[in-house]
Design a protein around this ligand. Structure first.
Ligand code: AMP
Ligand code: MN
Ligand code: MN
Ligand code: MN
Length: 283
């Protein structure tokens, strides 16, 4: 048993995005926002890049936040897309950087194909638009979604995904990201811990979820996000039990991207179940 003493003065958020990937805030603005919400243990986990870490580290210090360098790696496992978060990584480790560059190249190639497909669907200029919105940061589907909103093609990011960007929609391009094993090896090679992100977002059946947990554990995975954004009490209990059964650790993160996610109450994460081994003990 791990008696997670209810210490309300510690607020952790170990999954967030800045504008180095598809978040809207700079690392400094994000640090300021989180500090104002009472967060004092923070991981920046941008998609497939660690370029925001150095700025985030400085900003965190200015706000008295304990900073955890992180990354969220896109993985293809079987036919499934998984996100593996690396926490407490050495973001300057060369193996990790080289590995992430592969996913970054795949992102560029995919963006070109998304642009072509949207053009065929009667929407020219999507690639240029998404590139403009991404600036010097890497391209995700979020930039295409924002461009579709900006052009008045759709009213919301959600509608952009539903009508154009999700699997089966005109702008969807299947991508073979790095393997589960490679992502975990890269994270471990950089001294970090590997966390299966938002297990409930993959919309898997319980049988499939257990299969993914089995594979993740076998590949050397360390922890699972038990609390991701808004998670119901019964989901926290059930996920906690599953995580314990697989002898994995538990993590907590908002997956914050922008202030448009007004429903997301930053700095108000519930505690992990007391029986769960918290990932932050292992940093
Ligand atoms: P990518 O990694 O480039 O495929 O982009 C996936 C990102 O798009 C996710 O990390 C989310 O931030 C965002 N996303 C996925 N689905 C939706 C949705 N239905 N509405 C808004 N954002 C979404
Ligand atoms: Mn994202
Ligand atoms: Mn994710
Ligand atoms: Mn995320």
């Amino acid at each position: 048993m791990f008696s997670n003493i209810q210490n309300t003065s510690v607020q952790r958020d170990l999954h967030t995005h800045s504008n180095y990937s598809d978040g809207q805030l700079s690392p400094s603005a994000l640090a300021e926002k989180l500090a104002s919400c009472g967060v004092n243990l923070w991981a920046l986990t941008d998609h497939d890049t660690v370029n925001g870490i150095a700025t985030a580290q400085v900003a965190a210090q200015q706000h008295d936040i304990q900073f955890v360098p992180g990354v969220e790696i896109s993985v293809t496992h079987g036919k499934k897309l998984l996100h593996i978060v690396g926490l407490s990584i050495d973001s300057e480790e060369s193996g990790l950087q080289l590995g992430l560059e592969k996913n970054q190249r795949l992102r560029d190639q995919r963006a070109e194909r998304i642009g072509e497909k949207l053009e065929k669907a009667g929407l020219p200029g999507a690639l240029a638009g998404a590139r403009r919105l991404a600036g010097s940061s890497l391209i995700t589907r979020n930039e295409f979604a924002r461009w579709l909103v900006e052009q008045g093609v759709v009213k919301s990011l959600d509608e952009a995904f539903k009508r154009y960007l999700k699997q089966g929609k005109p702008g969807y391009v299947a991508t073979q990201w790095m393997s589960l094993e490679e992502s975990i090896a890269l994270i471990h090679g950089a001294g970090g811990v590997a966390v299966l992100a938002h297990p409930l977002k993959y919309r898997l059946t319980t049988a499939w979820l257990k299969r993914i947990f089995t594979d993740f554990k076998a590949a050397g995975g360390d922890a699972v996000e038990i609390i991701s954004g808004q998670t119901a009490a019964h989901q926290i209990r059930e996920m906690g039990d599953l995580v314990n059964r697989f002898e994995l650790q538990g993590s907590v993160g908002s997956d914050f991207h922008s202030e448009e996610q007004a429903w997301l109450k930053l700095g108000q994460m519930p505690e992990l179940p007391g029986s769960v081994d918290p990932v932050w003990r292992h940093f």
